[in-house]
Design a protein around this ligand. Structure first.
Ligand code: SAM
Length: 408
């Protein structure tokens, strides 16, 4: 039997491990505490902390389960807000929206309220509700007019390539957000306002200069807005393929957009994460533990490694009108683009997520695209960039022409 004193000491120790970033030790300590009969308020606090630690380690199921338990026990705003974050991290933005809205319907301190409006905005954006996201960011700013993340995310909702003034206004006010000055600089360059580049990581300025070097390409500032623009560019028959599905967030958006067309939508993923280390992260990043997401009727999932699943698909498929490449690394992108080479046509649109903006962007999807273009004789035209969401949209204007046709 633990006394109140030993419980408090054990909780303090667990929280110390948590605070110094030793999450495994913190989780073990929280679980040890939960093995005892604890007063309800203490139990809720431990479940809450356990959820946060699991979330930080991408233990999505454990995080959601712990956050639900905390919310059941305490019923307070902070635990519903924690649940919202855990659901968002597990790729359930619609459910995250409900949890954040619930949190905001309960009494809460101002700092939690502001953060929850921002998190609600993020979840609504991931759920495809840009207008709802905009109003959530504005609510955060009504409470805290200098909130950098709220300004930064709001700029992405407001951005219009032909009139970026209001997006720029919020980028300029996104104090403390490292990328904001460089993005604002690049948007102004695009408007013809010449100025020295601000201090920013060299890979970011390199990415922005690359995009600026293709002035005919449109700019977007949101993942789904870029996918929508790419879909609008498709003028040939054929299926739509997604390479990298994970929890199905972008696949479900594509499905919503394609629901009234006869195009078939195919999603390819190992559901075991990246096969190699990337960006300092171990192999297996983005794994769902082999679990397939729920997808709308008519969407076909092809679980397995691209090297196995794509050749089987290609053997029975027609042409491909749009490919959403969201598999991050060079090797996977290269394998996939080569495997799909017999299905692409002039007019096929390739949308790349994580194309630019990462320290290794020139060696990742970009390098794999240039390789495939060189080997397969593809002529490319950059049609859009979204530096904020790191995407590029490319049209294949010719296939099978003489080697060396790719632009720099
Ligand atoms: C960033 S996630 C995809 C995110 C998703 N589009 C979304 O909307 O959230 C990248 C995915 O690519 C998958 N992947 C990467 N390389 C692969 C390969 N060679 N074969 C199969 N799947 C792969 C990983 O399993 C991971 O789920």
């Amino acid at each position: 039997m633990m006394t109140a004193m030993t419980m408090a000491t054990a909780l303090e120790e667990a929280q110390r491990a948590h605070a110094r970033g030793d999450l495994s030790a913190a989780i073990a300590a929280y679980e040890q505490l939960l093995a005892h009969t604890l007063p309800e308020a203490l139990s809720a606090a431990v479940w809450f902390n356990l959820a946060a630690a699991h979330r930080a380690l991408d233990h999505h199921d454990d995080a959601v389960a712990a956050a639900r338990r905390a919310a059941e026990l305490s019923g307070d705003a902070a635990s519903h807000a924690q649940l919202g974050l855990c659901l968002a991290a597990r790729g359930q933005p619609e459910e995250a929206v409900l949890a954040h809205e619930r949190a905001l319907s309960l009494p809460l301190d101002e700092a939690t309220e502001v953060a929850t409006w921002v998190n609600l905005g993020n979840a609504r954006r991931r759920a495809g509700d840009r207008a709802g996201a905009e109003s959530a960011y504005r609510r955060a700013l009504a409470l805290c007019p200098d909130h950098g993340a709220a300004h930064y995310n709001l700029h992405a909702c407001l951005f219009r390539d032909d009139d970026p003034a209001s997006a720029l206004e919020h980028l300029d006010r996104a104090s403390g957000v490292a990328w904001a000055p460089a993005l604002a600089w690049a948007i102004r360059q695009r408007q013809g306002v010449d100025a020295a580049a601000p201090a920013a990581p060299s890979f970011l300025l390199d990415s922005l200069r690359f995009a600026l070097a293709h002035p005919e390409a449109r700019w977007c500032a949101d993942t789904f807005a870029t996918l929508d623009l790419a879909l609008d560019l498709v003028h040939i028959d054929g299926d739509v393929v997604e390479l990298g599905v994970r929890f199905g967030t972008s696949l479900r958006h594509l499905a919503r957009r394609l629901s009234r067309t006869s195009r078939r939508l195919h999603g390819f993923d190992s559901f075991e994460g990246l096969p190699e280390a990337w960006g300092g992260q171990a192999p297996g990043l983005y794994s769902t533990g082999g679990r397939l997401p729920a997808v709308p009727d008519g969407v076909e999932l092809h679980p397995g490694w691209f090297r196995d699943t794509l050749p089987r698909f290609v053997a029975s498929a027609g042409s491909v009108a749009l490919v959403h490449v969201d598999c991050d690394i060079y090797a996977s992108t290269r394998t996939a683009l080569h495997a799909l080479a017999s299905l692409v046509r002039p007019g096929t649109i390739l949308v790349f997520d994580d194309y630019l903006g990462n320290p290794t962007w020139r060696d990742d999807e970009h390098a794999a695209l240039l390789d495939a273009a060189d080997a397969r004789g593809w002529r490319l035209r950059y049609r859009a960039f979204s530096p904020f969401s790191r995407q590029a949209v490319v049209e294949l204007t010719e296939v099978g022409c003489s080697a060396g046709a790719a632009p720099g």
